[in-house]
Design a protein around this ligand. Structure first.
Ligand SMILES: *Cc1c(COP(=O)(O)O)cnc(C)c1O
Length: 409
Protein backbone atom coordinates (compact mmCIF):
# COMPACT_ATOMS: atom_id res chain seq x y z
CA UNK A 1 0.00 0.00 0.00
CA UNK A 2 1.15 3.53 -0.77
CA UNK A 3 1.92 5.89 2.13
CA UNK A 4 -1.43 7.72 1.85
CA UNK A 5 -3.23 4.54 2.93
CA UNK A 6 -4.17 3.59 6.50
CA UNK A 7 -4.09 0.04 7.80
CA UNK A 8 -6.76 -0.12 10.48
CA UNK A 9 -9.27 -2.75 9.41
CA UNK A 10 -8.01 -5.07 12.16
CA UNK A 11 -9.42 -2.68 14.78
CA UNK A 12 -12.99 -3.40 13.60
CA UNK A 13 -14.35 -6.74 14.89
CA UNK A 14 -17.21 -6.98 12.39
CA UNK A 15 -14.87 -6.46 9.44
CA UNK A 16 -12.37 -9.10 10.51
CA UNK A 17 -14.77 -11.76 11.79
CA UNK A 18 -14.39 -15.03 9.91
CA UNK A 19 -17.45 -15.50 7.68
CA UNK A 20 -19.88 -18.35 8.30
CA UNK A 21 -19.03 -21.50 6.30
CA UNK A 22 -19.91 -21.03 2.65
CA UNK A 23 -20.41 -17.27 3.09
CA UNK A 24 -18.22 -14.64 1.45
CA UNK A 25 -16.28 -12.23 3.71
CA UNK A 26 -17.93 -8.86 4.35
CA UNK A 27 -16.95 -5.95 2.11
CA UNK A 28 -18.51 -2.95 3.83
CA UNK A 29 -19.13 0.02 1.53
CA UNK A 30 -21.99 1.80 3.30
CA UNK A 31 -20.25 4.13 5.74
CA UNK A 32 -22.31 7.11 4.56
CA UNK A 33 -25.36 5.33 6.03
CA UNK A 34 -23.60 4.28 9.21
CA UNK A 35 -20.02 3.58 10.22
CA UNK A 36 -18.71 0.39 11.82
CA UNK A 37 -17.32 0.54 15.36
CA UNK A 38 -13.70 0.09 16.42
CA UNK A 39 -12.90 -2.11 19.42
CA UNK A 40 -11.92 1.00 21.41
CA UNK A 41 -15.53 2.25 21.31
CA UNK A 42 -17.07 -1.14 22.09
CA UNK A 43 -14.72 -1.65 25.03
CA UNK A 44 -15.33 1.84 26.45
CA UNK A 45 -19.10 1.29 26.53
CA UNK A 46 -18.80 -2.22 27.93
CA UNK A 47 -16.43 -1.07 30.65
CA UNK A 48 -18.65 1.88 31.51
CA UNK A 49 -21.72 -0.33 31.93
CA UNK A 50 -19.75 -2.84 34.00
CA UNK A 51 -17.85 -0.44 36.24
CA UNK A 52 -19.11 3.14 36.27
CA UNK A 53 -22.75 3.18 35.21
CA UNK A 54 -25.11 5.53 37.02
CA UNK A 55 -27.31 8.47 36.19
CA UNK A 56 -25.79 11.87 35.50
CA UNK A 57 -26.09 15.36 36.97
CA UNK A 58 -28.46 14.31 39.76
CA UNK A 59 -26.95 11.64 41.95
CA UNK A 60 -24.99 12.69 45.02
CA UNK A 61 -23.29 9.32 45.31
CA UNK A 62 -19.87 8.45 43.92
CA UNK A 63 -21.06 6.29 41.04
CA UNK A 64 -23.16 9.14 39.69
CA UNK A 65 -20.29 11.58 40.06
CA UNK A 66 -18.06 9.22 38.10
CA UNK A 67 -20.68 8.82 35.38
CA UNK A 68 -21.19 12.59 35.24
CA UNK A 69 -17.45 13.16 34.85
CA UNK A 70 -17.31 10.73 31.91
CA UNK A 71 -20.46 12.19 30.39
CA UNK A 72 -19.30 15.80 30.64
CA UNK A 73 -15.80 14.72 29.56
CA UNK A 74 -17.18 13.88 26.13
CA UNK A 75 -18.50 17.44 25.81
CA UNK A 76 -14.97 18.77 26.27
CA UNK A 77 -13.58 16.27 23.75
CA UNK A 78 -16.17 17.25 21.14
CA UNK A 79 -15.55 20.97 21.75
CA UNK A 80 -11.82 20.36 21.15
CA UNK A 81 -12.51 18.24 18.04
CA UNK A 82 -14.61 21.05 16.53
CA UNK A 83 -12.48 23.98 17.67
CA UNK A 84 -15.49 25.41 19.55
CA UNK A 85 -14.91 28.39 21.84
CA UNK A 86 -16.38 26.53 24.82
CA UNK A 87 -17.97 23.20 25.74
CA UNK A 88 -21.10 25.23 26.57
CA UNK A 89 -21.62 25.39 22.81
CA UNK A 90 -21.96 21.58 22.57
CA UNK A 91 -25.49 20.18 22.91
CA UNK A 92 -26.19 16.46 23.12
CA UNK A 93 -28.97 15.39 20.76
CA UNK A 94 -30.26 12.08 19.42
CA UNK A 95 -28.45 12.61 16.10
CA UNK A 96 -28.12 14.95 13.13
CA UNK A 97 -31.86 14.83 12.44
CA UNK A 98 -32.67 15.77 16.02
CA UNK A 99 -30.10 18.59 16.01
CA UNK A 100 -31.46 20.10 12.79
CA UNK A 101 -35.01 19.88 14.14
CA UNK A 102 -33.83 21.63 17.29
CA UNK A 103 -32.31 24.57 15.38
CA UNK A 104 -35.28 24.84 13.04
CA UNK A 105 -37.89 24.73 15.80
CA UNK A 106 -36.08 26.80 18.43
CA UNK A 107 -33.97 29.28 16.46
CA UNK A 108 -36.20 29.32 13.38
CA UNK A 109 -39.40 29.26 15.40
CA UNK A 110 -38.36 32.26 17.51
CA UNK A 111 -36.54 34.34 14.88
CA UNK A 112 -38.57 33.91 11.68
CA UNK A 113 -41.64 35.89 10.72
CA UNK A 114 -43.92 35.96 7.70
CA UNK A 115 -42.05 37.03 4.56
CA UNK A 116 -38.60 35.99 5.83
CA UNK A 117 -36.61 33.54 3.74
CA UNK A 118 -34.70 30.34 4.42
CA UNK A 119 -32.14 29.20 1.82
CA UNK A 120 -31.52 25.47 1.35
CA UNK A 121 -29.65 23.68 -1.44
CA UNK A 122 -30.71 21.11 -3.99
CA UNK A 123 -28.23 18.66 -2.42
CA UNK A 124 -29.84 18.43 1.01
CA UNK A 125 -30.74 15.29 2.90
CA UNK A 126 -34.41 15.21 3.91
CA UNK A 127 -33.29 15.91 7.49
CA UNK A 128 -32.15 19.36 6.35
CA UNK A 129 -35.32 20.05 4.34
CA UNK A 130 -38.38 18.87 6.23
CA UNK A 131 -37.66 20.59 9.59
CA UNK A 132 -37.39 23.89 7.67
CA UNK A 133 -40.65 23.21 5.85
CA UNK A 134 -42.34 22.62 9.21
CA UNK A 135 -41.09 25.92 10.65
CA UNK A 136 -41.79 27.78 7.39
CA UNK A 137 -45.39 26.61 7.57
CA UNK A 138 -45.70 27.80 11.17
CA UNK A 139 -44.07 31.20 10.69
CA UNK A 140 -45.01 32.11 7.12
CA UNK A 141 -41.35 32.14 6.04
CA UNK A 142 -40.51 31.04 2.48
CA UNK A 143 -37.93 28.50 1.31
CA UNK A 144 -35.54 29.23 -1.55
CA UNK A 145 -33.24 26.64 -3.11
CA UNK A 146 -29.68 26.89 -4.51
CA UNK A 147 -29.49 24.74 -7.66
CA UNK A 148 -26.54 22.52 -8.61
CA UNK A 149 -24.93 21.75 -11.97
CA UNK A 150 -24.57 18.39 -13.74
CA UNK A 151 -21.57 17.47 -11.61
CA UNK A 152 -23.41 18.21 -8.35
CA UNK A 153 -21.64 21.52 -7.68
CA UNK A 154 -23.74 24.29 -6.12
CA UNK A 155 -24.30 27.39 -8.24
CA UNK A 156 -22.79 30.13 -6.09
CA UNK A 157 -23.93 32.87 -8.48
CA UNK A 158 -27.51 31.76 -7.91
CA UNK A 159 -26.82 31.71 -4.16
CA UNK A 160 -25.52 35.29 -4.29
CA UNK A 161 -28.61 36.35 -6.20
CA UNK A 162 -30.93 34.70 -3.65
CA UNK A 163 -29.18 36.57 -0.84
CA UNK A 164 -29.94 39.98 -2.40
CA UNK A 165 -33.65 39.79 -1.47
CA UNK A 166 -32.78 41.27 1.93
CA UNK A 167 -35.20 38.80 3.54
CA UNK A 168 -32.91 35.83 4.16
CA UNK A 169 -32.54 34.98 7.86
CA UNK A 170 -31.21 31.43 7.68
CA UNK A 171 -29.04 29.47 5.24
CA UNK A 172 -29.04 25.70 5.89
CA UNK A 173 -26.65 23.56 3.83
CA UNK A 174 -24.86 20.27 4.07
CA UNK A 175 -21.08 20.18 4.50
CA UNK A 176 -20.87 17.08 2.29
CA UNK A 177 -23.68 15.59 0.16
CA UNK A 178 -24.48 12.03 1.23
CA UNK A 179 -25.86 11.14 -2.20
CA UNK A 180 -23.16 12.70 -4.41
CA UNK A 181 -20.16 13.32 -2.18
CA UNK A 182 -19.90 17.01 -3.12
CA UNK A 183 -17.97 19.02 -0.54
CA UNK A 184 -19.57 22.46 -0.34
CA UNK A 185 -17.47 25.63 0.11
CA UNK A 186 -18.86 26.36 3.58
CA UNK A 187 -16.45 29.17 4.46
CA UNK A 188 -17.34 31.14 1.36
CA UNK A 189 -21.06 30.42 1.80
CA UNK A 190 -20.89 31.46 5.47
CA UNK A 191 -19.19 34.76 4.61
CA UNK A 192 -21.87 35.52 2.03
CA UNK A 193 -24.66 34.58 4.47
CA UNK A 194 -23.21 36.75 7.21
CA UNK A 195 -22.75 39.72 4.87
CA UNK A 196 -26.47 39.42 4.08
CA UNK A 197 -27.37 39.34 7.79
CA UNK A 198 -28.24 35.63 7.89
CA UNK A 199 -26.94 32.78 10.04
CA UNK A 200 -25.66 29.55 8.52
CA UNK A 201 -26.68 26.11 9.77
CA UNK A 202 -24.42 23.31 8.55
CA UNK A 203 -25.56 19.69 8.32
CA UNK A 204 -22.25 18.05 9.19
CA UNK A 205 -23.44 14.42 9.14
CA UNK A 206 -21.05 13.53 6.29
CA UNK A 207 -18.34 16.06 7.14
CA UNK A 208 -17.31 15.34 10.68
CA UNK A 209 -15.62 11.95 10.36
CA UNK A 210 -14.02 12.36 6.96
CA UNK A 211 -11.97 15.56 7.30
CA UNK A 212 -10.71 17.93 9.97
CA UNK A 213 -13.60 20.25 10.92
CA UNK A 214 -13.08 23.59 12.67
CA UNK A 215 -16.42 25.31 13.16
CA UNK A 216 -14.87 28.72 13.68
CA UNK A 217 -12.62 28.46 10.62
CA UNK A 218 -15.69 27.36 8.63
CA UNK A 219 -17.75 30.27 9.97
CA UNK A 220 -20.59 27.89 10.93
CA UNK A 221 -23.15 29.29 13.37
CA UNK A 222 -24.60 25.80 13.92
CA UNK A 223 -23.11 22.42 12.99
CA UNK A 224 -25.08 19.18 13.51
CA UNK A 225 -24.01 15.53 13.26
CA UNK A 226 -24.60 11.98 14.49
CA UNK A 227 -22.30 9.78 16.55
CA UNK A 228 -23.13 6.62 14.59
CA UNK A 229 -21.57 7.96 11.39
CA UNK A 230 -18.34 8.79 13.21
CA UNK A 231 -17.65 5.30 14.61
CA UNK A 232 -19.60 5.93 17.83
CA UNK A 233 -22.88 4.35 18.96
CA UNK A 234 -26.40 5.10 17.71
CA UNK A 235 -28.85 7.24 19.68
CA UNK A 236 -26.66 10.30 20.26
CA UNK A 237 -25.44 13.26 18.26
CA UNK A 238 -24.15 16.77 18.62
CA UNK A 239 -25.46 20.20 17.83
CA UNK A 240 -22.78 22.89 17.98
CA UNK A 241 -24.15 26.42 18.24
CA UNK A 242 -22.48 29.78 18.82
CA UNK A 243 -23.19 30.64 22.43
CA UNK A 244 -24.70 34.07 21.80
CA UNK A 245 -27.25 32.44 19.48
CA UNK A 246 -27.99 29.56 21.87
CA UNK A 247 -28.53 32.04 24.68
CA UNK A 248 -31.47 33.68 22.97
CA UNK A 249 -33.13 30.42 21.92
CA UNK A 250 -36.16 29.04 23.79
CA UNK A 251 -36.24 25.39 24.97
CA UNK A 252 -36.95 22.75 22.35
CA UNK A 253 -38.39 20.11 24.68
CA UNK A 254 -39.44 20.37 28.32
CA UNK A 255 -38.75 17.99 31.16
CA UNK A 256 -36.23 17.12 33.81
CA UNK A 257 -32.70 18.57 33.82
CA UNK A 258 -33.44 21.55 31.56
CA UNK A 259 -35.10 23.67 34.26
CA UNK A 260 -33.87 25.94 37.03
CA UNK A 261 -37.13 26.07 38.98
CA UNK A 262 -40.62 24.77 38.30
CA UNK A 263 -43.89 26.04 39.75
CA UNK A 264 -47.32 25.84 38.16
CA UNK A 265 -47.25 29.61 37.73
CA UNK A 266 -43.85 29.95 36.07
CA UNK A 267 -40.88 27.79 35.16
CA UNK A 268 -37.37 29.10 34.60
CA UNK A 269 -34.78 27.37 32.45
CA UNK A 270 -31.15 26.38 32.61
CA UNK A 271 -28.54 28.11 30.47
CA UNK A 272 -27.30 26.39 27.30
CA UNK A 273 -26.39 23.65 26.72
CA UNK A 274 -28.54 22.07 29.47
CA UNK A 275 -31.58 24.12 28.45
CA UNK A 276 -31.78 21.90 25.36
CA UNK A 277 -31.20 18.56 27.09
CA UNK A 278 -34.48 17.47 28.67
CA UNK A 279 -34.66 14.09 30.34
CA UNK A 280 -32.19 11.32 31.09
CA UNK A 281 -29.73 11.32 28.20
CA UNK A 282 -28.06 8.44 26.35
CA UNK A 283 -25.35 8.18 28.99
CA UNK A 284 -23.36 5.15 27.85
CA UNK A 285 -23.68 6.29 24.24
CA UNK A 286 -22.20 9.66 25.14
CA UNK A 287 -19.30 7.81 26.76
CA UNK A 288 -18.95 5.74 23.57
CA UNK A 289 -18.96 8.93 21.51
CA UNK A 290 -16.11 10.23 23.69
CA UNK A 291 -14.15 7.08 22.88
CA UNK A 292 -14.93 7.56 19.19
CA UNK A 293 -13.56 11.11 19.32
CA UNK A 294 -10.39 9.83 21.02
CA UNK A 295 -10.10 7.14 18.36
CA UNK A 296 -10.54 9.65 15.50
CA UNK A 297 -7.91 11.93 17.05
CA UNK A 298 -5.49 9.04 17.48
CA UNK A 299 -5.81 8.00 13.84
CA UNK A 300 -5.82 11.61 12.63
CA UNK A 301 -8.55 13.15 10.50
CA UNK A 302 -6.00 14.46 8.03
CA UNK A 303 -4.81 10.88 7.51
CA UNK A 304 -8.37 9.61 7.15
CA UNK A 305 -9.07 12.30 4.57
CA UNK A 306 -5.95 11.42 2.56
CA UNK A 307 -6.75 7.70 2.73
CA UNK A 308 -10.33 8.12 1.57
CA UNK A 309 -9.30 10.56 -1.14
CA UNK A 310 -6.78 8.10 -2.56
CA UNK A 311 -9.42 5.35 -2.46
CA UNK A 312 -11.99 7.62 -4.09
CA UNK A 313 -9.61 8.27 -6.99
CA UNK A 314 -8.85 4.57 -7.28
CA UNK A 315 -12.55 3.63 -7.19
CA UNK A 316 -13.52 6.37 -9.66
CA UNK A 317 -10.94 5.04 -12.11
CA UNK A 318 -12.15 1.46 -11.69
CA UNK A 319 -15.84 2.25 -12.08
CA UNK A 320 -15.28 4.64 -15.00
CA UNK A 321 -13.81 1.74 -16.97
CA UNK A 322 -17.03 -0.28 -16.71
CA UNK A 323 -19.15 0.09 -19.88
CA UNK A 324 -22.75 1.14 -19.19
CA UNK A 325 -21.91 2.59 -15.78
CA UNK A 326 -22.60 6.28 -15.14
CA UNK A 327 -21.26 7.97 -12.03
CA UNK A 328 -23.79 10.34 -10.44
CA UNK A 329 -21.88 13.09 -8.65
CA UNK A 330 -18.59 14.16 -10.19
CA UNK A 331 -17.76 17.38 -8.34
CA UNK A 332 -14.05 18.25 -8.30
CA UNK A 333 -14.26 18.71 -4.51
CA UNK A 334 -15.62 15.36 -3.47
CA UNK A 335 -15.61 13.01 -0.46
CA UNK A 336 -15.64 9.19 -0.54
CA UNK A 337 -19.01 8.57 -2.14
CA UNK A 338 -19.41 6.62 -5.41
CA UNK A 339 -22.99 6.95 -6.63
CA UNK A 340 -23.79 5.26 -9.93
CA UNK A 341 -26.41 3.76 -12.21
CA UNK A 342 -26.04 0.85 -14.64
CA UNK A 343 -27.71 0.74 -18.01
CA UNK A 344 -30.69 -1.64 -17.91
CA UNK A 345 -30.27 -2.77 -14.28
CA UNK A 346 -32.22 -1.25 -11.38
CA UNK A 347 -30.10 -0.03 -8.44
CA UNK A 348 -32.04 -2.28 -6.03
CA UNK A 349 -31.09 -5.31 -8.12
CA UNK A 350 -27.46 -4.19 -8.04
CA UNK A 351 -27.60 -3.91 -4.24
CA UNK A 352 -29.28 -7.28 -3.76
CA UNK A 353 -26.96 -9.11 -6.12
CA UNK A 354 -23.79 -7.55 -4.71
CA UNK A 355 -24.97 -8.67 -1.27
CA UNK A 356 -24.78 -12.28 -2.44
CA UNK A 357 -21.04 -11.70 -2.83
CA UNK A 358 -20.87 -10.14 0.64
CA UNK A 359 -20.62 -6.59 -0.71
CA UNK A 360 -22.75 -4.12 1.25
CA UNK A 361 -23.72 -0.97 -0.64
CA UNK A 362 -26.81 1.21 -0.50
CA UNK A 363 -29.45 1.44 -3.22
CA UNK A 364 -32.28 3.94 -3.20
CA UNK A 365 -32.86 7.68 -3.02
CA UNK A 366 -30.57 8.12 -0.01
CA UNK A 367 -33.08 10.40 1.75
CA UNK A 368 -32.33 12.97 -0.95
CA UNK A 369 -35.21 12.76 -3.41
CA UNK A 370 -34.61 16.28 -4.79
CA UNK A 371 -31.09 15.16 -5.79
CA UNK A 372 -32.51 12.12 -7.61
CA UNK A 373 -35.02 14.41 -9.36
CA UNK A 374 -32.21 16.77 -10.43
CA UNK A 375 -30.36 13.89 -12.09
CA UNK A 376 -33.53 12.31 -13.49
CA UNK A 377 -33.03 8.98 -11.77
CA UNK A 378 -35.43 7.28 -9.32
CA UNK A 379 -32.52 5.88 -7.35
CA UNK A 380 -28.78 5.21 -7.47
CA UNK A 381 -26.47 2.53 -6.18
CA UNK A 382 -23.99 4.03 -3.76
CA UNK A 383 -20.70 2.72 -2.45
CA UNK A 384 -19.35 4.94 0.32
CA UNK A 385 -15.95 4.80 1.93
CA UNK A 386 -14.58 4.72 5.44
CA UNK A 387 -11.04 4.69 6.81
CA UNK A 388 -11.14 0.88 7.08
CA UNK A 389 -11.74 0.33 3.36
CA UNK A 390 -8.99 -0.85 1.02
CA UNK A 391 -8.29 -1.06 -2.70
CA UNK A 392 -9.24 -4.73 -2.45
CA UNK A 393 -12.77 -3.72 -1.35
CA UNK A 394 -13.12 -1.59 -4.49
CA UNK A 395 -11.68 -4.37 -6.66
CA UNK A 396 -14.39 -6.65 -5.23
CA UNK A 397 -17.04 -4.01 -6.02
CA UNK A 398 -15.90 -3.61 -9.62
CA UNK A 399 -15.72 -7.38 -10.12
CA UNK A 400 -19.18 -7.76 -8.58
CA UNK A 401 -20.65 -5.16 -10.92
CA UNK A 402 -19.13 -6.82 -14.00
CA UNK A 403 -20.48 -10.17 -12.86
CA UNK A 404 -24.01 -8.73 -12.56
CA UNK A 405 -23.74 -7.19 -16.01
CA UNK A 406 -22.75 -10.60 -17.34
CA UNK A 407 -25.84 -12.19 -15.79
CA UNK A 408 -28.15 -9.55 -17.29
CA UNK A 409 -26.78 -9.96 -20.81
C1 LIG B 1 -27.34 10.56 7.73
C2 LIG B 1 -27.54 11.97 7.39
C3 LIG B 1 -28.43 12.77 8.12
C4 LIG B 1 -29.30 12.22 9.20
O1 LIG B 1 -28.57 11.60 10.21
P1 LIG B 1 -29.34 10.71 11.30
O2 LIG B 1 -28.22 10.04 12.01
O3 LIG B 1 -30.19 9.77 10.53
O4 LIG B 1 -30.10 11.65 12.17
C5 LIG B 1 -28.55 14.09 7.77
N1 LIG B 1 -27.82 14.61 6.78
C6 LIG B 1 -26.95 13.89 6.06
C7 LIG B 1 -26.16 14.55 5.01
C8 LIG B 1 -26.78 12.55 6.34
O5 LIG B 1 -25.91 11.84 5.63
Amino acid sequence: MTPSYLDIKSQFPVLTKAPAPGQPPLVYLDTAATAQKPKAVLDAMDQFYRESYGTVRRGVYRLSEKATAAYEGTRKKVAALLGAASEKEIIYTRGATDGLNLVAASYGGSQLKAGDEIILSQLEHHANIVPWQLVAEKTGAAIRVIPCDDRGVLDLEAYRALLTSGKVKIVAVGHVSNALGTINPIREMADLAHAAGAVIVVDGAQGISHMPVDVRALGADFYAFSSHKMFGPTGVGILYGRYELLEKMPPYQGGGDMIRQVTFEKTTYQNPPHRFEAGTPSIAEVVGLGAAVDWLQSVGLDKIQAHEHALLQYGTRLLSQIPGLTLIGTAPEKAGVLGFVLEGIHPHDIGTMLDMDGIAIRAGHHCAQPVMARFNVPATARASLGPYNTEADLDALAAGIRKIQGMFK
